[in-house]
Design a binder for this molecule. Structure first.
Ligand code: AMP
Length: 184
């Protein structure tokens, strides 16, 4: 499967696993968080617009994200497949993704969800120490995940696309479980 969305709460190890899976699948790992952090570090107009939002643990608006993702998925390397990390995070984003893929004459093939209990997430996030990883912001990001992103997982589950994997185990085991879920 070459067109895959990786879902999981902040601190679930999604970024690490996305890199590993993408390498195995031979597709680019597309992390919207990384793209936005890159834009912020480079001081682009997009970066300046989203920096404060990210630091608060809030979501960047769906329209901005649609532009970012559409442009990225239209690049040559993503035409043969992709591993999306951090998108979609809201129901409108899930609809946008479908529209982008429809326009390309393709569709999403699989969604994998990394599940981790909340106390483990908080502990992990605190040890990661990104600028948006203060205690208060972590809780905000987890609450945003529950409110906006869990419905996306439910939506994909309802469509029979979702496979959940236990993320509270050693990194290599999580990778193996994810690959198995993707038939690798
Ligand atoms: P991440 O590295 O995926 O945790 O993303 C870091 C931050 O970037 C998030 O807390 C959001 O502020 C922003 N972000 C990344 N992806 C999205 C998205 N799909 N929709 C809205 N905001 C996003």
């Amino acid at each position: 499967m070459k067109r895959v969305v990786l879902l999981g709460p902040p601190g679930s190890g999604k970024g690490t696993q996305a890199e590993r899976l993408a390498r195995k699948l031979g597709v680019p790992a597309i992390s919207t968080g990384e793209m936005l952090r890159g834009a912020a570090a480079a001081g682009t107009p997009l970066g300046k617009r989203v920096e404060g939002i990210m630091l608060q643990g809030h979501l960047v608006d769906d329209q901005t994200m649609a532009d970012v993702v559409r442009e990225r998925l239209e690049q040559d390397d993503a035409r043969q497949g992709f591993l999306l990390d951090g998108y979609p995070r809201t129901m409108p984003q899930a609809e946008t993704l479908e529209a982008i893929l429809d326009a390309q004459g393709t569709r999403l093939e699989a969604v994998v969800l990394i599940e981790v209990p909340e106390p483990v997430l908080v502990e992990r996030a605190l040890s990661r120490r990104r600028p948006d990883d203060t205690d208060e912001v972590i809780r905000e990001r987890l609450s945003v995940y529950g409110k906006d992103t869990e419905p996306v997982a439910g939506y994909y589950r309802g469509r029979g696309l979702l496979q959940a994997v236990d993320g509270d185990q050693p990194i290599d085991r999580v990778t193996a479980a994810l690959l198995a879920a993707l038939g690798k």
